[in-house]
Design a protein around this ligand. Sequence first.
Ligand code: GLU
Length: 469
Amino acid sequence: MTVRVRFAPSPTGMFHVGGARSALQNWIYAKQQGGVFVLRIEDTDAARNKPEWTEGILSALDWIGISRGSYEGPYFQSANAGEHRAAAARLYESDRAYYCDCTREDVQARTGSQYQGYDGYHRDLGLGPGEGRALRFRTPDEGTTVVVDLIRGEPTFENKLIEDFVIARGDGSPVFLLANVVDDMTMGITHVIRAEEHLPNTPKQQLLWEALGVKPPIWAHVPVVVNEKRQKLSKRRDKVALEAYRDEGYLAGAMRNYLMLLGWAPSGDREIVPWSVIEDEFRLDEVNLSSAFFDEKKLRAFNGEYIRALPVAEFIDACQPWLTGTETIAPPPWQPEEFDADAFAAVALLAQTRIAVLSEIVPNVDFLFLASPLIDEAAWTKTMKDGSAELLDDAVAAFEALESWDAESLKSTLEAVGAERGLKLGKTQAPVRVAVTGRTVGLPLFESLEVLGRERSLTRIRAARLRLV
Ligand code: GLU
């Protein structure tokens, strides 16, 4: 039997990192089993779906390594509407489902509780189909439904506790529970790997499989991803969109490595490992049962390591979107014609060791391309103290006298200027750095001055000096 798994996102918003993790787990499982990965877009909720969200899912998957053309699909759930309705009709005809026109209020009035599920009122009343009548599945009165779950063993559900749930609404449209099952059935899915939040649906869905006469799949419910307060990551509260991480300059390799470590670890205490190791070693049944903390700080640290591991030429390429701007990444503060590729290449290696996400390249190098630096006023006030004006005068004089404008000479020269005042290099550097780059932190100062060049550097230091009059 060929293993067939699917990833079945609903295109109702940006692509969630938790979804990306499920997609990767499915992807790896299929690969390990010599199986097939199917992508299905669950687009039946017409009011909440937008085509751009579907495009977002496809491109986010592509970015993370599940590339277009390397899987089966995408299929669209909406294209399968006829099958969903036919299945609902079959369940009704075989008496596994019945019509009901009770409102929530009716049920409440009968049960005396707003928390009680449906009470089975119409089970044996023989109501036929009609406008406004929902179709409910007749769940077994006794016995248990045992779900085979690769992560959880065999969660067992008492059938009598499962209410007669709705499978098609009053307008005849099938609900998620049914559409999702029918699609999995039609697509020959053998393993359903999805988030734990769907576990309460699973006994109901398994009953539907059985009622439709098909052997249910094997399930795997992966624990949810939570924030630092142990709350499920939510798009209203947390940064969850994979696209947001991509546009901030996370590398796909770092991201997918990190996502796979949520609730699982490769052998030997390693965390940062080549993708091939994850593909070999990942085991669904080793995934931890407790929820996994999505630690953005740790992800940043991961990303920094991935950035540092790039050959510098690749690093330069990887920075391009932030150096020019794209449809989704804001353009940098300089004009395209101000950019100097050689100057950038000269500092790339220095920047590579200092940034954790690629977007941080911009504030590190903007001083090289702008006619005058963007001055961070808070940094200016903090740095420019009594004596700074004189210090800058001396620095200009000493730099003007330099024969060779190189980092080493610049450093020893400024060191000497500071020493005359009893200042350490750090204190001497600070006003010069703010004058030249506009900031207190950034690339090493003397290399920056070397690349910026004699004229531009001196002009900036003189301009800063004038501001201090
Ligand atoms: N469309 C559902 C979701 O995004 C799919 C659930 C499933 O994988 O079965 O949650």
